[in-house]
Write a protein that binds this ligand. Sequence first.
Ligand SMILES: CC(C)(COP(=O)(O)OP(=O)(O)OC[C@H]1O[C@@H](n2cnc3c(N)ncnc32)[C@H](O)[C@@H]1OP(=O)(O)O)[C@@H](O)C(=O)NCCC(=O)NCCS
Length: 375
Amino acid sequence: MTHAAIVGWGKCLPPSVLTNQDLATFLPTDDEWITTRTGMKERRISHVRGIELAIVATRRAIACAGLKGSDIDLVIYGSCSNDETVPNSASGVQQRIGATGAAAFDVNTACTSFMYGLSIGTAMIKTGVVRNAVVIGVELISQYMDWDNRNVAVLFGDGAAAVVLQASTEETGVIAEKLQCYADSRQILRVRGMGTMYANLGVPFGQTRWDFDGQEIFRKAVQGMSEASLDVMRRSGVTMDDIALVVPHQANLRIIDAVAKRAGASADKVFLTVQKYGNMSSATAPVALVEAVEQGRVAPGSLVLMPAFGGGLSLSAHLLRWGDRLVPLEHSDAELPPSPKTALELVNEIRAQKKLGDDAAARFAELRFVENQSG
Ligand SMILES: CC(C)(COP(=O)(O)OP(=O)(O)OC[C@H]1O[C@@H](n2cnc3c(N)ncnc32)[C@H](O)[C@@H]1OP(=O)(O)O)[C@@H](O)C(=O)NCCC(=O)NCCS
């Protein structure tokens, strides 16, 4: 039986740090509220396009695997903030890493895009379609954030991470997973403005308004991630005692705590990045996985549980068995260019570009009604 081992891993965090104090310069919020309600202290804001973050992370992951770009025969780009739609982003990564013979496609299940991509890549290796696959989770949230909405603006940041999967006879990589979608609740987490229907409704392309029911998302996230985790453990015949580390999607520290409690994981078993990166949507879980390995929190042959949740409302839980290797075979020299601006300067530039005209604001206000009419 063929398995899909994780043989390479890499991340790319933009250098500019946006603090809670920075957010309080333009939003009615403060460090105390954000810290106690979310666990977040900082997040990163990118000075380059999302694909540049993805390419650096991918080059690092490929070097870590001891491979060359030309060895890769599948690129999966998990994101809901693509720089462009046609051509897709995966083909851009493919071109830049020189994976000339590869297939390449994008996956969008919002915050779970990397996790769904991991399932797809694993399945394509197990069925013999490809041998070496790159799976990327990347987001450039800052460009489409509704920056004047304190309910959401404090929660998110930019980042990227990638893993290389390789066909193996060892039973490592994803050994069980649960994928699901609470589609009946899809309307409680929406980013309005990103799609062709908005142009038809009179909203200028590129203007966004985030429409989140935070408390309901919170409840569904806790339910979804904990039930998916329990389901995967039950089906694979393992208990929390067998699992060395839980590396969850990181949307809110209180969500993570509640999921850990329901799934039976003690706090020392849960790996956290939420305090320094916030929620990077699809980049969150893979960045946390890469950091857990870098920090020696994953032992050779150990089991890692990765529950995740996102728009859709998509949800997932993956049980991974790590392989023997914890150190990269090679190191890439890929780096982002230095950022010429602070995170606050970058955000203020985006805010200035995105000031809504009266017409666009009025159209957004009517959208819920339009949607109800169309079912
Ligand atoms: C958004 C979230 C942090 C809010 O936490 P909460 O404990 O539910 O807080 P509430 O919604 O009860 O808001 C409490 C008050 O704080 C206010 N508030 C909201 N954001 C604030 C901010 N950034 N700073 C200060 N006050 C804020 C609210 O307006 C509300 O005020 P009110 O009582 O006067 O109406 C939490 O619900 C959450 O994390 N939800 C999921 C977020 C999400 O969608 N993540 C993406 C999933 S992938």
